[in-house]
Design a protein around this ligand. Sequence first.
Ligand code: DP6
Length: 337
Amino acid sequence: MVVREITAEAASNIALIKYWGATDLASALPVNPSISMTLSRCRSRCSATFHEGESGEDEILLLPERGGQLETAPREFREPIAAHLTRLRTAFERPGRFRIATHNTFPAAAGIASSASGFTALTLAASRALGEPLDAEQLSQWSRRSGSGSAARSAFGGWVEWPRGPGEGEAHAFQLAGEDDWQVSDLVTIVASDAKKVSSREGHRRAPTSPYFPQRQAQLPRRLEVVRRAIAERDFSAMAETVEEESIDLHLIAMSSNPAIFYWRPTTLAVLERVRELRRDGLPVCSTMDAGPNVHVLCLPEVEQQVLPELEAIEGVERVLSDRTGGAPVWREGAEL
Ligand code: DP6
């Protein structure tokens, strides 16, 4: 019986133009294009062992973020992974059983969404273990089909655009610029590290109920153009205001959805205000947020040491993780976990 073991690693990403609202939630087809920066430190590692031809349930294990022993993942974590494994196995017509072990290298309790990096690492490890190598575009498509749309962008390093459409089969992201072309720092400012109360998936579902949803869509062609050009010209100041405006709008849509979703905490607002002051003082810095209370503070690497203590000094900030533009997913033979 053939047994193949692969370990893959992929990084999370932070969107500058957000995916918020889907035309098809199950396979994550977005209402609008999005643009992101792939991170470096916030990574997921996944080992996949495929026992070809064997029957039985897949084994899905998790190495806790704080370290220690591998343990069986909780059901809500296992189910979408098992569904994704079945999707891959069925598509490639490879009957067999998987053992999956995953670990996030994110510092403990960072409160950062790990599904983008997690599903990209899983898709890469599992497809290789099936003996089905995917190129980056195929990895993007298959990672997206997990239902975590942002995983489409983690298939590439550097600066990435995920366009709208075309069809279910083809929709995938592509690289706008590499990580060596332009380095930007991301100071992930943690104000709350508990799990968010409303998932992104539920946020996408509610987004069109906001009366402001069409208004945000109308703004997007201009914003996309501003961000694309800033990336092409490595011009941080050209995109700072637009990136911030776009993130505030995502939360405006969430807060005005029916039922409303409030991700912000009082400290979130304090961080957003401080970042605006720092920019008014002349620093190349701006904020952006995922569907949660923490703030990603983007800045040029040369001012990182100036910005970091300012964020740490804000009352209510738990910690600040320093990350930056990172590379594409990688894989190697063997099950390391
Ligand atoms: C606000 O459906 O990709 O981060 O599966 O939880 O990672 P997860 O969410 P997903 O939606 C991402 C929403 C967002 C914006 C973005 O990353 O584009």
